[in-house]
Design a binder for this molecule. Structure first.
Ligand code: MRU
Length: 341
């Protein structure tokens, strides 16, 4: 049995990218080794790897692959290869800002080198550092958040903001793990998170594997549970926190925030600094629209009539007035959330 307290979802190993194939979970826990940027881009699009911090590090590693595999004779030729890989990575998914942050870091490490050899070394150590930093940040923000979690709490989450959404340990589930490590008894209420079912497939799997008590609910049960005192706190992750401090996260997060407010349940966000976007305001963010089949087809079987129009936004935006605190590796931010994370 895998322990998600210590496992790694994405890692850089001997010039290759190793990742847990999340499309196979919970049935099979298998990893894939990727050696070309195109394979990484495809894995991000198909959600073999998903979750904002995990795709940030994976995309950076995709750029790193272009550098270590490049046959460029000089820096000028290498820069061309790096830029092509970067724009390929940037085209995969639009909403999580970590992806753009990761690509930029790997690109900068390569381009400030004076030789192709130096670029290979720099980019390899940069992505390895990003991998380590991600786990360290999650442990810190987990600890910061755990201070607000009481013994006996039931925590409602959304999607999977766990070890599987990061390199390791998790953001929202990192808070849960840190509370458990402090000896607190916590339970997690896990909405299935239609249409891709990250809650049912991944969060439930992670928590069960680690022996953390959880209950799976349908997305439609969220209001009922909050209205009936079945959750003490809400803790979710984030894909982007904009300059005006709106929180973009998995579709369904906004309704949790509104309902939590209605029933006086505190709503918290757990996210590393790499999830903060100091350039954009909420009205400038692109919300990914995914394939209609994700909604209309269940387990390979069409459940909706052919031809019905489908909308499938993958994320929503929660305004700052509904957020009681943001847990980061630098500490907890409270309202009114100032500039800079
Ligand atoms: O579409 P996904 O599965 O990549 O979306 C993931 C989420 O929305 C997570 O809640 C978010 O990335 C925070 S993860 C630490």
């Amino acid at each position: 049995v895998v322990s998600f307290f210590t496992s790694r979802t994405v890692s850089w190993e001997d010039g290759e990218v190793r990742m847990v194939d999340q499309t196979k979970l919970p049935g099979r826990f298998v990893s894939a080794s990727l050696s070309r940027p195109e394979e990484v881009a495809d894995a991000i699009r198909r959600m073999v790897v998903r979750g904002a911090p995990a795709i940030g590090v994976a995309a950076a590693m995709g750029v790193a692959l272009a550098v270590v595999r490049s046959d460029a004779p000089d820096m000028k030729a290498l820069a061309g290869h790096v830029r092509a890989a970067s724009s390929l990575m940037r085209s995969t998914r639009p909403t999580a800002v970590n992806l753009f942050w990761g690509v930029e870091r790997a690109e900068a490490a390569a381009l400030r080198s004076r030789s192709v050899r130096e670029a290979r070394e720099r980019v390899s150590s940069e992505v390895k550092a990003m991998e380590e930093e991600d786990v360290a940040a999650n442990r810190l923000l987990g600890k910061a958040g755990a201070r607000l979690i009481d013994n006996g709490d039931t925590i409602l989450t959304q999607c999977n903001a766990g070890a599987l959404a990061t390199v390791g340990y998790g953001t929202a589930l990192g808070v849960v793990r840190a509370a458990v490590e402090e000896g607190k008894l916590v339970k997690v209420l896990v909405p299935e998170t239609r249409p891709a079912l990250q809650g049912a497939r991944l969060t439930a799997f992670e928590l069960l594997s680690d022996g953390i008590e959880c209950t799976l609910i349908s997305d439609t049960a969220v209001g009922h549970m909050l209205a009936n005192g079945r959750a003490d706190k809400v803790v979710v992750g984030a894909d982007r926190i904009t300059r005006d401090r709106w929180v973009f996260n998995k579709i369904g997060t906004y309704q949790e925030a509104v309902l939590a407010d209605r029933h006086s349940v505190p709503f918290y966000v757990a996210a590393p600094v790499s999830t903060f976007d100091e350039k954009k305001t909420h009205d400038q963010v692109v919300i990914e629209e995914r394939a209609a089949e994700e909604v209309a087809v269940v387990k390979g079987r069409r459940v909706a009539p052919k031809g019905v129009p489908v909308a499938n936004p993958a994320f929503d935006a929660t305004p700052p007035e509904l957020v009681k605190g943001i847990f980061t590796e630098k500490g907890v931010l409270y309202p009114p959330f100032g500039a800079s994370g």
